[in-house]
Ligand binder design. Structure first.
Ligand code: NDP
Length: 247
């Protein structure tokens, strides 16, 4: 599908992107900034966030902010404090892209370690739950709020050996649907993106033998990321949309 996105579609919006230091999150943060948003870059590796910050500044886009946070260890209070800081600094929050994710270890179900299961569920599910709860009062105040989750093909089709990751993405889609239904009469739209195979570090870890040059890049899939974060998707709620045709 072709998405018609105005060059300034995100003008004056403040958007939080998790896992903004590399891969799809990095590209989404830069694309949102290029379309007028002030982006808040959340991630665990500060040097990567600083590199994205510098790139956005060098392009002359609105000055971003950095929030270093490891979703593995973050507690409810961390998210509450973070939202207080965002409100103090920006006075608003228009959108959240839940992008940070952990692949864990691909293995037969009976060999799936409890530690791996807990780590993946913490980063891919519980962190999104706590962050969504914390930002909700602020996003509800936005004129045209957006919460965008990141799922996967294995988030709606279970696949052998994808254990904790697949289970976590089913939970992500469930969370998105619950929230979308609850907020259906509000100004907030809640949806999810299935990026499809995309040339990033996570994809290389999952498919080490494939020819990555055949994959779409994060930049190629940005039209859907812009569409679901901007005014063009005002009438879309509770959907998980594929960013590229299934190959
Ligand atoms: P990458 O591994 O390239 O990037 C993941 C990002 O998440 C990194 O910036 C990483 O930070 C951050 N992150 C991971 N763990 C934590 C944590 N504990 N706390 C804070 N940040 C963390 O992945 P992709 O860009 O490929 O994936 C982005 C999203 O898209 C994920 O949700 C993934 O599941 C999903 N997806 C990707 C597909 C693909 O083909 N690439 C296909 C389907 C879904 P750091 O750099 O500091 O490690």
């Amino acid at each position: 599908m072709e998405y018609q996105i105005a060059a300034d579609s995100l003008k004056d919006r403040v958007i939080l992107v998790t896992g903004a230091g590399e891969g799809i999150g990095r590209e989404a943060a830069i694309s949102y900034a290029a379309h007028g948003a002030t982006v808040i870059l959340l991630g665990r590796t500060v040097a990567k966030l600083e590199a994205v910050y510098d790139e956005i500044e060098a392009q002359g886009y609105a000055r971003p902010a950095i929030i270093p946070l490891d979703l593995q260890g973050a507690t409810k209070q961390h998210y509450i404090d973070m939202v207080e800081t965002i409100e103090e600094q920006f006075g608003r929050l228009d959108g959240v892209l839940h992008n940070a994710g952990l692949l864990g270890v691909l293995s037969p179900f009976d060999q799936l370690g409890e530690d791996t299961f807990d780590e993946v569920m913490q980063v891919n599910v519980k962190a999104q739950f706590l962050l969504s709860q914390a930002v909700m009062p602020l996003v509800k105040k936005a004129e045209d709020g957006r919460i965008v989750f990141t799922s996967s093909t294995v988030g709606h089709e279970g696949r052998a050996f994808w254990g904790a990751y697949s289970i976590s993405k089913f939970a992500t889609e469930g969370m998105m649907q619950v929230l979308a239904d609850e907020l259906s009469n509000s100004n907030v739209r809640v949806n999810a993106i299935n990026p499809g195979g995309t040339r990033t570090g996570m994809r290389a870890k999952a498919f080490p033998a494939e020819d990555a040059s055949q994959l779409k890049t994060p930049k190629d899939i940005m039209p859907l990321y812009l569409y679901l974060m901007g005014p063009e998707s005002k009438d879309v709620n509770g959907q998980c949309i594929d960013a590229q045709p299934k190959g």
